[in-house]
Design a protein around this ligand. Structure first.
Ligand code: DWN
Ligand code: ZN
Length: 404
C-alpha cells in the first residue's frame, strides 16, 4: 500500500483511470515513440484523508520550458484574476509598502494588475515560455520551482511577504513539506497564504473525473487542507468559493491564533462530513458513475461514426488527455480538436494523439457534432459559437453524457 506524501499514513486506492500521459505535454508525431506514460490512479490517506495520486510524474516532465497552458487563455479567467488582484490590493495589500509573492504565476494573469498598481511583487514559476509572457506584461518573475531554499533567497532580497498566493498551483506540488516550510520562511508574522484549487467536492458532485491528471497531485478538501496546515504550523482561517474550473475553493492560512477563523470554515467542514467526502463508499459510487460515462460516451461516438456523422472536439484542455485516454477515444472517433492556444496548435493531444487545430478549422469543417472538452468555459464558448449552435449539436459528458 502506498504511503501518504503528507503524513506517511496508509493510502487506499479509490479509482484507476489507466495508462495516461502527462496531460499538458502536447507532442509532435515524431515524439510519440518516447512519450511518457504512467498509471493514473488516486487514493485516500487513512490518517489525514488527503486524496492524492498513487503514482506521481516528475516535476521536470510536467513543467518544462515548453509548458503549453496559458492561464490568461480565456476572458473568464482574465476577469476573475483581475478581480482577485483588486480584492487583495484593497485588503491584505493595503498596508505600508506591501509585498506579494505568487507561486506558479504562469503568464502573469493575476500579477499584471498588481504590477500596474505599483505594488512590490514577485511571481515564481519554472516554465520559461510562460514566464517570458509574464515579463512582457511588466511582471517581476523568478524562473524556479518554489520551495524552502528559493523562499530563503526571496526573503534575503525582498524581505518578508504580506501575501503568498497560488491559483491552481499548490495542489500541483508533490513536496508540500518544502513548499510549506518555504511559506513559513517567507511569510510575515501577520501574513496570509491564500490559494485557490480544484475542489474534491466539485469533482465528485459534477462527476468531473477529467480534473484527475498528472498535474493534480492532490485533491483538496477543507478537512485535508486543515490537517495539512496544522502539521506545518499554520491555521485554516477562511474558505471561499471561486467559479473557475467548475467550482473551486480558496483557502486562507495564517499562523495559529492570528485571525479569528471565519464561520465558513466550520460550515464547509460540516458539509463535507454530511456529503461523506472522506467515505470510501462515496468514491465507489463515483467510480461506477465514471465508468458509465465512459461507456455511454463511447457508444454515442461509435453510433455517430457508423451513421456517418462528423464530430469535432472543442477545446484541448489538460482534461482532454484524461477523458480520451480513459475512454479510448482516438482520431477514428474524433478526427481533430480545435483550441485557441497557439502553443497547442499543430501538435497532438497527449496519449490519444488527436490533432489540435486552430479554431477556424471548426468553422471550415462545419461538423454535425462538437464534443465539448473545455466544459468549464461553456458560457464563453456558447457565446462565440452561436452559428454552430443553431444548426449543430453539442456533446457533453460532465456530469453525464448528453446531446443538445
Ligand atoms: O490546473 C490547471 C488549470 C488551472 O488549468 C492546470 N493544471 C492546467 C489547466 O487545466 P486545463 O488545461 O484543464 O485548463 P482550461 O482552462 O480548462 O483550458 C481550457 C482550454 O480551452 C485552453 O486550452 C483554451 C481552450 N479554449 C478554446 O479553445 N476556446 C478556451 C476557450 C474559452 C475558448 O473559447
Ligand atoms: Zn496522510
Amino acid at each position: 500500500m502506498p504511503s501518504c506524501r503528507i503524513c506517511g499514513g496508509v493510502v487506499s486506492e479509490l479509482l484507476d483511470l489507466g495508462r495516461q500521459p502527462s496531460a499538458n505535454r502536447f507532442l509532435a508525431r515524431a515524439d510519440i515513440a518516447r512519450e511518457f506514460m504512467f498509471r493514473l490512479a488516486i487514493g485516500m490517506c487513512h490518517s489525514c484523508t488527503m486524496v492524492q495520486l498513487i503514482e506521481d510524474v516528475p516535476e521536470e516532465i510536467r513543467y518544462h520550458d515548453g509548458y503549453r497552458y496559458r492561464a490568461s487563455g480565456s476572458a473568464t479567467h482574465r476577469r476573475h484574476f483581475a478581480r482577485v488582484a483588486r480584492e487583495l490590493l484593497a485588503t491584505e495589500l493595503a498596508g505600508p509598502n506591501p509585498f506579494i509573492v505568487e507561486i506558479g504565476c504562469n503568464d502573469g494573469v493575476m500579477l499584471e494588475t498588481i504590477a500596474r498598481a505599483g505594488v512590490r511583487h514577485l511571481g515564481v514559476d519554472p516554465a520559461k515560455e510562460v514566464t517570458e509572457l509574464a515579463r512582457e506584461r511588466g511582471v517581476n518573475v523568478l524562473d524556479a520551482f518554489f520551495g524552502d531554499s528559493v523562499a530563503e533567497g526571496i526573503r534575503a532580497e525582498h524581505g518578508s511577504a504580506d501575501v503568498i498566493f497560488g491559483a491552481n498551483t499548490v495542489c500541483h506540488i508533490a513536496y508540500q513539506d518544502s513548499l510549506l516550510r518555504g511559506v513559513d520562511t517567507l511569510l510575515g508574522p501577520d501574513g496570509v497564504f491564500v490559494f485557490e484549487e480544484p475542489y474534491l467536492g466539485t469533482v465528485i458532485s459534477q462527476m468531473a473525473f477529467d480534473q484527475i491528471y498528472d498535474e493534480h497531485v492532490y485533491y483538496f478538501t477543507a478537512r485535508s487542507v486543515q490537517q495539512m496546515a496544522q502539521r506545518y504550523g499554520f491555521e485554516l482561517v477562511d474558505v471561499g468559493r471561486s467559479p473557475l474550473h467548475g467550482g473551486e475553493i480558496r483557502y486562507t492560512l495564517t499562523r495559529p491564533g492570528r485571525r479569528r477563523p471565519s464561520p465558513a470554515v466550520g460550515e464547509l467542514l460540516a458539509d463535507e462530513r454530511h456529503r461523506g467526502l472522506a467515505d470510501p463508499v462515496t468514491f465507489q459510487r463515483f467510480a461506477d458513475a465514471v465508468a458509465k460515462i465512459r461507456d455511454d460516451l463511447l457508444t454515442l461516438l461509435r453510433d455517430l461514426r457508423d451513421r456517418g456523422s462528423t464530430v469535432v472536439g472543442y477545446g484541448a484542455p489538460g482534461k482532454t488527455a484524461t477523458v480520451t485516454n480513459y475512454c479510448g477515444i482516438g482520431p477514428e472517433l474524433v478526427p481533430f480538436v480545435v483550441d485557441s492556444t497557439p502553443a497547442k496548435q499543430g501538435l497532438l493531444v497527449p496519449g490519444s494523439h488527436l490533432p489540435v487545430r486552430p479554431p477556424q478549422a471548426f468553422t471550415t469543417a462545419n461538423p454535425d457534432y462538437a464534443l465539448l472538452f473545455a466544459w468549464n468555459h461553456a458560457d464563453e464558448i456558447m457565446a462565440k459559437e452561436q452559428a454552430f449552435s443553431r444548426r449543430g449539436k453539442w456533446i457533453r459528458y460532465v456530469p453525464d453524457v448528453r446531446v443538445g
